[in-house]
Design a protein around this ligand. Structure first.
Ligand code: NAD
Length: 301
């Protein structure tokens, strides 16, 4: 295989993704600001560069997996001039749609190609090579990047032009955030009404309340033994990440004037949960906040 990949950002997600590319036969040169990430990458067979600029110099494809849009745009300013003309830049970070489009424009202005390809599936999916990729970019660039994404994921969807992969990511996670709150509110109401969690699950999972938040990531312990609720709400998908993604959704709702009351409210609820110290818990822990903020029956007139 002749494609050479530079992988920048070897954290919780990027580390295992780069390792899977190595296993898939790609020559991968990596860089991260954190020494432990570099050491793990070296153990996984990644050639570690001294700087991001060094990593991209001889790459055909540059993958970034960074915390935010500011990180991506800042790093692009550094590395775009150092890459060979026509290099394909693939940003897998979750970032603002506007930042993704700005990153695309920077890459193209510097004589390169770019797609946004955010993921879902978390660290488990990154490690197992079963991520879902949502890709924004031209047909030609999508065709070029697909074989690489197939090595790291199970499902690769071409969502549209530049930035539209990020749009799919934040729309999906807005559904997820809102539906987890709705499911959690229903469990707490059921408890107040004398309905057992198991009975509500048995009904709703076979009725019109059925959704992923209920049947896979059930927020109460018991009905779905593999859900994080059975493991003291260890993620899973952390509250801090849901807060970030709903913040991106709320920005997009605001800038496009969408009358989405529940999306905005879900962003507020997860921001508060994060600032109350639950950032490291699975996002289904919202059920505990709903329960603890509820009045006791004797307070209700
Ligand atoms: P992380 O913090 O573990 O990793 C980010 C890495 O980027 C860190 O190791 C950091 O040192 C490195 N970095 C920052 N600036 C850099 C620079 N200039 N050059 C090189 N490296 C740099 O975060 P993560 O959990 O791996 O998430 C990465 C992205 O994936 C985020 O955008 C996140 O929203 C998204 N995401 C995460 C998950 C998840 O479950 N963790 C799921 C889906 C999407």
């Amino acid at each position: 295989m002749s494609t050479t990949v530079a992988f920048l950002g070897l954290g919780h997600m990027g580390g295992p993704m780069a390792a899977n590319l190595v296993s898939g036969g790609y020559a991968v040169t990596g860089f991260d600001l954190a020494a432990p990430a570099l050491e793990q990458a070296r153990r996984d067979g990644v050639a570690v560069a001294d700087t991001a600029v060094d990593a991209v110099a001889s790459a055909d494809v540059v993958v970034t997996m960074l915390p935010s849009g500011a990180h991506v745009l800042g790093l692009y300013d550094e590395i775009l001039p150092a890459a060979r003309p026509g290099t394909l830049f693939v940003d897998c970070s979750t970032i603002d749609v506007a930042d993704a489009r700005a990153a695309h424009d920077k890459a193209v202005a510097a004589g390169h190609r770019n797609v946004d390809a955010p993921v879902s599936g978390g660290v488990v999916g990154a490690t197992a090579g079963t991520l879902a990729f949502m890709v924004g970019g031209s047909d030609e660039d999508f065709a070029a990047v697909s074989p690489l994404l197939d090595v790291m994921g199970r499902k690769v969807v071409h969502c549209g032009g530049p930035g539209v992969g990020q749009a799919a990511k934040i729309c999906n996670n807005m559904i997820l955030g809102v539906s987890m709150i709705a499911v959690s509110e229903a469990f707490v109401l059921g408890e107040k009404l004398g309905l057992s969690n198991q009975a509500l699950f048995d009904v709703a999972s076979n009725a019109s309340g059925q959704c992923w938040a209920l049947t896979t990531n059930c927020p109460v312990p018991g009905p779905v033994p593999t859900s994080p609720a059975n493991n003291d709400y260890q993620p899973g998908f952390a509250v801090a990440l849901m807060d970030k993604d709903l913040g991106l959704a709320a920005n997009a709702l605001e800038s496009h004037g969408v009358a989405a009351e529940l999306g905005r409210r879900a962003a507020d609820i997860y921001r508060r949960l994060h600032s109350d110290g639950a950032g490291g818990q699975d996002f289904s822990a919202v059920v505990n906040a709903i329960r603890s903020h509820s009045t006791t029956d004797k307070d209700v007139k």
